[in-house]
Ligand binder design. Structure first.
Ligand SMILES: [Zn+2]
Length: 371
């Protein structure tokens, strides 16, 4: 099988598995000495074709590693993006994944980067560092949360060098706090074996089962008020309920465990603020709460939780509604799993602001919406 065919095979394998890939998240690559093929930004791994990959010159990508860029983060990411575009061999109309430089750093032919729910239950927990150390020792490199893009790339580059010096080998597993995992190997068999071992090592000793997440359509005075409020502006909403939603909608205290984003991917789909409304609120008050939210944050709420009620999602089209629902239910699962490791650890306000302002993520959101 050709290398590119293998890349497609492994991409679909993980892309089709909801335990590994949620909505459009994750990316994969294959590299030889001269070239690197990576999934294009905004294209889902599930069912990906050859046309979903961008081929880049590794020599030109190497120049980004050595170049110096602006101190201003917006300007810097703009400059890096432009240099990345110049490294494209084909096709020029697609944008390579924002994590391309990271893939180029990893000393293995195949790299599969995902945000699995189980892995993020650990990555988004308070005891992540100690737990990774005790479960993986020298088999993995752990990197604390760093703003994505060039800064993260530089941090990982340094940490890989330090790891190699310490252990005399390249790290095949790289964990990123509040983000996910990178797995590298020279064959698909090894990639699969590594992922299996990751799942086993994190899953061992876990005693918390996740409440049922099979969402059923739900209707209440609040959900109807929200539907009417947003329908007049051309938005659609979907209200659901399941044991998992009930677990967090039960009280303000429970809601606090899912009230901020765990990872950049959650912000891409659901934004960084969500609305919690009290039990049995009158329609007028529900609509007033939505308006108040919009005035405070500058955008309408995509995610609303009704106390002792359901999860209500608002978006522009059916596809986006599905994505937001999937991603926010995943946020709930991550929160439940994190209880095994000292409880949930969210992104902080400064980290959230960086993503909110990041053009690259706006692009990804736009493409994901178009489908
Ligand atoms: Zn990622």
């Amino acid at each position: 099988m050709s290398d590119l065919k293998q890349l497609i095979e492994i991409s679909r394998y993980y892309g089709d598995d909801p335990a590994y890939v949620i909505a459009g998240g994750g990316n994969t690559s294959y590299k030889d000495e001269q070239r690197l093929w990576i999934k294009a930004s905004g294209i889902p791994l599930a069912g990906i074709e050859k046309s979903g990959f961008v081929c880049l010159s590794r020599e030109k990508l190497g120049k980004i590693e050595l170049a110096s860029y602006s101190e201003d983060s917006v300007l810097r990411e703009e400059q890096v993006k432009s240099d990345m575009q110049k490294a494209i061999i084909s096709p020029e109309n697609l944008r390579p994944s924002v994590e391309t430089s990271l893939h180029n750093l990893i000393d293995f032919s195949f790299v599969v980067h995902t945000h699995p729910t189980l892995v993020n239950g650990l990555m988004c927990s308070n005891h992540v560092k100690a737990e990774v150390e005790s479960r993986f020792a020298s088999d993995a490199l752990y990197v604390e949360y760093t703003d994505p893009g060039f800064i993260l790339f530089k941090e990982v580059q340094e940490r890989i060098l330090a790891y190699k010096e310490q252990f005399g080998k390249a790290p095949a597993i790289i964990f990123l706090q509040n983000h996910g995992v990178f797995v590298g190997a020279d064959s698909l068999e090894e990639i699969r074996a590594l992922y299996e071992s990751i799942m086993e090592r994190i899953g061992s000793g876990l005693d918390v089962s996740i409440p049922d997440s099979e969402a059923e359509v739900y209707e209440s005075e609040a959900s109807l008020a929200i539907e009417n409020h947003f329908a007049s502006r051309g938005f659609i909403s979907k209200a659901v309920r399941c044991a998992l939603v009930d677990h967090f909608s039960d009280s303000m205290e429970q809601y606090q465990k899912i009230a901020w984003p765990f990872s950049p991917d959650i912000i891409v789909y659901c934004k960084s603020n969500y609305l919690f409304i009290g039990e049995h609120l009158e329609a007028e008050l529900v609509q007033a709460a939505c308006e108040q939210f919009e005035q405070t944050h500058g955008y309408y709420p995509k995610v609303i939780i009704e106390e002792k009620g359901g999860l209500i999602v608002i978006e522009e089209n059916e596809r986006s509604v599905k994505n937001v629902l999937e991603v926010y239910l995943d946020q709930m699962k991550i929160s439940v799993l994190s209880e095994n490791f000292g409880g949930p650890h969210f992104m902080n306000p400064k980290q959230i602001r960086f993503i909110d302002n990041w053009e690259v993520e706006h692009y990804r959101r736009k493409i994901a919406k178009k489908g």
